[in-house]
Design a binder for this molecule. Structure first.
Ligand SMILES: C[S@@+](CC[C@H](N)C(=O)[O-])C[C@H]1O[C@@H](n2cnc3c(N)ncnc32)[C@H](O)[C@@H]1O
Length: 331
């Protein structure tokens, strides 16, 4: 008898098998959980899960082969993040369902505390930078993108939002305070929050020089003990200094009054790794889609955006995200 084996299309079943294999391991599922809102380097993940670097590299390779994680080069380091599912492709629906299930997992306490440690290491590096470089701050900022390059675009977006006479604003990380006079002119009350005493002194000098009587400056970590809220929260070139930017957007959304607006001015994703050393940047800008995705996860609704190309090759994004009038705070 001549038995004919039906032809199997290996391409597609191989892809599906790689996905199932990658998902078939508790450690890899927990890695995907840890990457739900963050990106980490291989050394950081090895530290977080308390395994050797080569073991972690192997797991990441399996996840990458199944398109469950993607990589992004940040200077000399490679950061891993979750890849987004493409539901129209083979395995896409399974991928989406897997991530949904993974998001229901609770990471073990020791893993969560080591994630906290990695975040603190990043945040300390950023804070040390501003403590050391306050006096040459403006020159340092101008290496990449200074306020004059995005001020008009930001103001045009801000003025379109039509805030009432009683509205209040919070500027997170005002740095040397260059944008505070513009805010003071437009809002009844402005709070500037900075966690660097040296930077806050620079902002204080501007407030005194311009006699800004409606600006209050507070030494505080905007992500921990801010204790303020406003109709408008402004974040100019600050997000790339935060240890966990997606998580940070959630905290910042909580500073918004219902119906309030978050205005984020940021660098678009770039590959100028010298910015890490020279400007204390933890992240080399952000993809536009990532900011929108993180804002949506923080309960915000993306509004208008402006993009500004600079002659030095950098590109700036000015983004507006709104907190719906009736929504409760995200935790
Ligand atoms: C690159 S500077 C931007 C300054 C200003 N917004 C500008 O565009 O010129 C970043 C500022 O954010 C502050 N900063 C960083 N992390 C912070 C945090 N967690 N809470 C409050 N301020 C923070 C830094 O101290 C610094 O003043």
């Amino acid at each position: 008898m001549n038995l004919r084996v039906p032809a199997i299309s290996h391409d597609q079943s191989d892809e599906l098998a790689a996905l199932c294999k990658a998902g078939g391991d508790p450690l890899r599922l927990n890695v995907l959980r840890a990457l739900s809102n963050d990106s980490f380097g291989v050394l950081e993940l090895a530290q977080i899960f308390a395994i050797g670097q080569s073991g972690m590299s192997h797991h990441l390779k399996v996840l990458a082969q199944a398109d469950l994680v993607a990589t992004r080069r940040e200077g000399n380091a490679i950061f891993y993040r979750r890849a987004l599912p493409h539901t129209e492709q083979i395995g896409g629906k399974l991928h989406a369902a897997l991530l949904e299930e993974v998001d229901g997992l609770t990471l073990p306490d020791d893993v969560r505390s080591r994630i906290g440690l990695v975040h603190r290491q990043r945040a300390n590096a950023s804070q040390d930078f501003f403590a050391r470089t306050a006096e040459k701050f403006r020159a340092q900022q101008d290496l990449i993108a200074g306020l004059p390059q995005y001020r008009d675009s930001l103001l045009s977006l801000l003025d379109k939002l039509g805030f009432g006479a009683d509205a209040t604003a919070v500027e997170v990380g005002p740095g040397d305070g260059g944008f505070l006079p513009d805010l003071a002119q437009r809002f009844r009350h402005v709070t500037g929050l900075d966690n660097s005493p040296a930077m806050l002194e620079l902002a204080r000098a501007i407030c005194e020089q311009k006699a800004l009587s409606n600006v209050e400056l507070k030494l505080a970590d905007a992500l921990a003990n801010a204790n303020v809220s406003g109709d408008c929260v402004v974040l100019n070139m600050v997000l790339h200094h935060f240890a966990a930017p997606a998580e940070a957007l959630k905290q910042l959304a909580n500073l918004l009054q219902p119906g309030g607006s978050l205005l984020v001015t940021e660098l678009c994703s770039h590959d100028q790794s010298w910015a890490k050393e020279a400007c204390g940047d933890l992240w080399l800008g952000f993809e536009q889609e990532d900011l929108a995705r993180w804002a949506i996860a923080a309960g915000l609704v993306p509004g208008e955006s402006l993009y500004i190309g600079l002659r030095n090759g950098f590109q700036i994004q000015v983004r507006h995200f709104q907190r719906p009038a009736g929504n409760t705070h995200h935790r």
